[in-house]
Design a protein around this ligand. Structure first.
Ligand code: 5RP
Length: 218
C-alpha cells in the first residue's frame, strides 16, 4: 500500500465517527481531502460542515456538501483532520498546509478531535518535521530572533500567505520534549498568531493506517 492509500484508509476509518444530524469540522491537507471525498458519499446524513481553510471549503462545496460559519453553529461534536507528526500521547505538529490557525480554532470548538494519518507520522519526539508558526508580517524578524534563541532555525515559507493574510515561519532543528510548555511559550510572543503544536488541545483519537492495517490510539 502506498502512502496515499494509507491516508485514504485512515480517512475511511474516521467515517464511523460521523453520526446523523452532525455538523462536522473539517481539516486541511491530502488526508483531509480523502475524508471530504468519502464524506460526499454520506452527505445526506450531515446537517453541514465547518471548514478549516478556503481550500477545504471549496472542495466540500464542489461535492455539494453544505459549509457553515463557525459563529452560527456553536460547539461541534466532531473534528476530523490530518497531522504532520503525532506522538502516542496524541500531541501533534500541524500546519504543513499552512491552515494551522483555523485548524486550531475548529479543533478548539469541537468535542471530539479525530486525527487521521499514515503511520509514518508517528514519532517519539515532535520536531523532526519543521514546526510551522503563523506570524504577523511586521513581526517576522522579531520572532525569528526569538526562535534562534530557543535553538531553532526559522525559514520563511516563500511565496505563501495564509488565509488570514499572514506569513509562516517553518522552524527546523527543534526537539520538542515538552509540547504543552513550548506551545504556551511561543504562543505568548507578540506577533505570533498560532504555533503548530497541538498539545493543549491534543487529538482525542488518532487513526493511523499502515501496511498491516488501521490502528486506533486514544
Ligand atoms: C494542514 C495540516 C495538515 O493536516 C498536515 O499538513 C498533514 O497534511 P497531509 O494530510 O497532506 O499529510 O496541518 O495545515
Amino acid at each position: 500500500m502506498n502512502q496515499d492509500a494509507m491516508k485514504k484508509a485512515a480517512a475511511e476509518a474516521a467515517l464511523e465517527y460521523v453520526e446523523s444530524g452532525m455538523i462536522v469540522g473539517i481539516g486541511t491537507g491530502s488526508t483531509a481531502n480523502h475524508f471530504i471525498d468519502l464524506l460526499a458519499g454520506i452527505k445526506g446524513k450531515l446537517d453541514g460542515t465547518v471548514a478549516s481553510s478556503i481550500t477545504s471549503e471549496e472542495r466540500l462545496k464542489s461535492h455539494g456538501i453544505p459549509v457553515m460559519d463557525l459563529n452560527s453553529v456553536g460547539q461541534l461534536s466532531l473534528y476530523v483532520d490530518g497531522a504532520d507528526e503525532s506522538t502516542k500521547f496524541l500531541h501533534l505538529i500541524k500546519g504543513g498546509g499552512g491552515a494551522l490557525t483555523r485548524e486550531k480554532i475548529v479543533a478548539g470548538a469541537s468535542d471530539k478531535f479525530v486525527c487521521i494519518a499514515d503511520d509514518s507520522k508517528l514519532v517519539d519526539v515532535l520536531g523532526k518535521f519543521p514546526l510551522p508558526i503563523e506570524v504577523i508580517p511586521m513581526a517576522q524578524s522579531l520572532i525569528a530572533r526569538q526562535i534562534v534563541a530557543l535553538g531553532g532555525n526559522p525559514v520563511l515559507r516563500e511565496g505563501f500567505v495564509t488565509d488570514n493574510g499572514n506569513i509562516i515561519l517553518d522552524v527546523h532543528g527543534l526537539k520538542i520534549m515538552n509540547p504543552v510548555e513550548m506551545e504556551e511559550q511561543i504562543n505568548q510572543w507578540p506577533g505570533v498568531v498560532t504555533v503548530g503544536i497541538f498539545a493543549h488541545r491534543p487529538a482525542d483519537i488518532l487513526i493511523l493506517a499502515g501496511e498491516s492495517g488501521v490502528q486506533t490510539y486514544t
